[in-house]
Design a protein around this ligand. Sequence first.
Ligand SMILES: NC(=O)C1=CN([C@@H]2O[C@H](COP(=O)(O)OP(=O)(O)OC[C@H]3O[C@@H](n4cnc5c(N)ncnc54)[C@H](OP(=O)(O)O)[C@@H]3O)[C@@H](O)[C@H]2O)C=CC1
Ligand SMILES: O=C(O)CCC(=O)C(=O)O
Ligand SMILES: [Mg+2]
Length: 409
Amino acid sequence: MSTSFIKVPTQGQKIIPGQSIPDNPIIPFIEGDGIGVDITPVMQKVVDAAIQKAYAGKRKISWMEVYAGEKATRVYGPDVWLPEETINACKDYSVSIKGPLTTPVGGGIRSLNVALRQEMDLFQCVRPVRYFKGIPSPLKDPSKTDMVIFRENTEDIYAGIEWQAESPQAKKVIKFLQEEMGVTKIRFPDTSGIGIKPISREGSERLMRAAIQYAIDNKRKSVTIVHKGNIMKYTEGGFRDWAYGLAAKEFGGVEIDDGPWLKLPNGIVIKDTIADAFLQQILLRPAEYDVIACCNLNGDYISDALAAQVGGIGIAPGANISNDYAVFEATHGTAPKYAGKDYVNPGSLILSAEMMLRHMGWTEAADLIIHSMEAAIGDKVVTYDFARLMEGAKEVKCSAFGQAMIDRM
Ligand SMILES: NC(=O)C1=CN([C@@H]2O[C@H](COP(=O)(O)OP(=O)(O)OC[C@H]3O[C@@H](n4cnc5c(N)ncnc54)[C@H](OP(=O)(O)O)[C@@H]3O)[C@@H](O)[C@H]2O)C=CC1
Ligand SMILES: O=C(O)CCC(=O)C(=O)O
Ligand SMILES: [Mg+2]
């Protein structure tokens, strides 16, 4: 029999998909590695204050800690990085939030973040990128950057199907490719590591469906499919073709001029851009881009690049969403050099929680979070990341930034 380390709060109810949200939901949270210990409690304090202010005690979150990453190894034992009961709790309680988790480079464990997304089939990674007035940015007019990234979250080279150079598995795959598939283009077969990039029609279509539906629901102007389909024709090129096909088939898109761009009956334009060109266009002509649909790896790069345009990954929120579950998390990682110093910007995780509140329909509390963040930044009360680029800023610690928000609710 496996041991449970999760303490279920004595008060509160489960959120059940398809049913109305209880006034006292139990929300599982993963503290996270590195700066997780700094930003997660600040996020909780700000969220609790916003809910108290908005609903005067009628609504309240009961937080339930679940474990992953280094903390899980301390609680469950040395090799348990992502306990089954954590995944089960995130499924069972439907809506959860997590701090960042470390993935070592090269060897060691595979990404726990990716594992959680795959295990829960959280196929949409939704990352809104918007500008808050007053934040320092490398752009002349950062307010023109207003995009929502829909990144496919379960496929691609990111799925982690790969073999180490010179391993028996890599040798076997290379032999198969050379002898049975007629591949002659592996430049150094004796010393190549090998990775596999699966991109499917189903995976591409469900991501594009979610992106278009979001554009419709939020009255956005366009959905841009970003891909490298000129080079990776059957994976990223497939993604592009299936995405266009879905827009035509399910949303009534018709070709503009001779295509391939489409227009939906409500005027939303479906277009595509090759990924390298996209990365310069977002700097030079950001106003031309709105909702972005992309594969997993490109979405990872695009997320941090776009975040930089509006002030950096200290203020870049996100959500991982399936048909039944949602796990909210910041775009950034564990920033290990700052861990435990009460130093970094908690804004990304707070804004991820704001997305969570909106997802739950608790819009008044979500609005309070946005307004109090705008007010704190407007007063130039900011963490180091903004303070180092702002004139006349009052630099505060991570927890003090949370308090500055609460003071302005
Ligand atoms: N979803 C997840 O859990 C993710 C996990 N990771 C993991 O995190 C680990 C570290 O990755 P790394 O590449 O260093 O990327 P990080 O995102 O952790 O940090 C990179 C830099 O971004 C800035 N930054 C990050 N978070 C904040 C914040 N809250 N406030 C202000 N600035 C911030 C810092 O910049 P500066 O140095 O200029 O101050 C930091 O050095 C890796 O193991 C990686 O796999 C990475 C991304 C996502
Ligand atoms: O899983 C990781 O460690 C990194 C993930 C990441 O960078 C992301 O999802 O943006
Ligand atoms: Mg990333």
